[in-house]
Ligand binder design. Structure first.
Ligand SMILES: [Mg+2]
Length: 166
């Protein structure tokens, strides 16, 4: 495998990195990594120039959690990823309600466009996005990022193993 052949790997969070739960993951005790996710992120860190998480978190818009809670949860997630040899360069989250008509909530590509502003060297056509929802796939499609859909049956770990074999 050629290292750093692709520029950027975008990952959705819930259902890709961690298990979905009923409602919203509000603290780290409710955050459970999917099987193999930590190892996968570590392997993919060596392959991609950067890894960026893009996640809808309307639990904030619903006032079920504060932005501070999410930031703290993410700092704990990052610590665990780094302990396992992985690196996440940036996390973008949309805190808005699905009814707010913001430009960042997936399937809209606002978070992807913002990432390109922040990292102009990102090349969408040499990037991948892994998500578990149609909205992830639509957001990627609208800016020309190749995407893959994962699930409980075909996880990030399964995708990573196939991808790195190529
Ligand atoms: Mg998801």
């Amino acid at each position: 495998m050629n290292s750093k052949k692709y520029t950027t790997l975008f990952l959705d969070r819930d259902g890709v990195i961690n298990h979905k739960i009923d409602g919203y993951v509000q603290c780290f005790s409710e955050f459970h990594f999917m099987e193999g996710a930590l190892k996968s992120i570590s392997l993919l860190t060596k392959y991609f120039e950067r890894i960026i998480i893009v996640t809808n978190q309307q639990g904030i818009g619903k006032k079920l959690m504060k932005e501070q809670d999410l930031l703290f949860l993410h700092s704990q997630m990052i610590l665990e990823i780094e302990r396992n040899g992985g690196k996440v360069n940036k996390i973008y989250f949309c805190p808005h309600l699905s009814t707010s008509n913001c430009s960042c909530r997936k399937p809209k590509p606002g978070m992807l466009l913002k990432s390109k502003e922040d990292f102009p060297e990102i090349e969408f056509d040499k990037s991948y996005l892994i998500g578990d929802s149609n909205s992830d796939i639509q957001a990627a499609f609208s800016v020309g990022i190749k995407s893959f859909k994962v699930s409980k049956e075909y996880t990030l770990s399964d995708w990573t193993n196939e991808f790195l074999l190529d």
